[in-house]
Design a protein around this ligand. Structure first.
Ligand code: DAT
Ligand code: MG
Length: 148
């Protein structure tokens, strides 16, 4: 089953939206197999966003992501990577479809509330970076009503 790394960024935490955002992934049927509430070190932020180093928004992005606690998690399910990103909406909330997290709660790209891995290699890298092998797969009784 596919796995993806999702993070509720500091604005989501500060605005009291943790429950509301997690509920959307949970209700969709994605299974939480790891989760932690933590402050992001500069070192971890730089590793996580290494692909963006040198971009004009990079410094602001590192500042934002290290500015307060985040909620990091691993979600599992069929097509979890794409499903999570569709639930989040487009990177810029201006372009995000109504009903997505970024459209419903956000206005600006630099405060877009959530992160989700963008492909299988990125997911494997990010899950390893944030959780190592500390994942807890579990049998969810309701799965027979969510997965055919
Ligand atoms: P995503 O988070 O949808 O995967 P990304 O990986 O391209 O998007 O960029 C990572 C984050 O960097 C994104 O969530 C917000 C910020 N960002 C991206 N492009 C930006 C831009 N042009 N101006 C300001 N911030 C930007
Ligand atoms: Mg990305």
């Amino acid at each position: 089953m596919e796995r993806t790394f999702v993070m509720l960024k500091p604005d989501a935490v500060q605005r009291g939206l943790i429950g509301e955002i997690i509920a959307r992934f949970e209700k969709r049927g994605l299974k939480i197999i790891a989760m932690k509430f933590m402050k992001v070190s500069r070192d971890l932020a730089e590793k996580h966003y290494a692909v963006h180093k040198g971009r004009p928004f990079y410094d602001g992005l590192i500042q934002y992501i290290t500015s307060g606690p985040v909620v990091a998690m691993v979600l599992q399910g069929p097509n979890a990577i794409q499903v999570a990103r569709n639930t989040m909406g487009a990177t810029n909330p201006v372009d995000a479809a109504a009903g997505t997290i970024r459209a419903d709660f956000g206005l600006e790209i630099g405060r877009n509330l959530v992160h989700g891995s963008d492909g299988p290699e990125t997911a494997a890298f990010e899950i390893g970076l944030w959780f190592g092998d500390e994942l807890e797969d579990w049998d969810r009784d309701v799965d027979r009503w969510i997965l055919e």
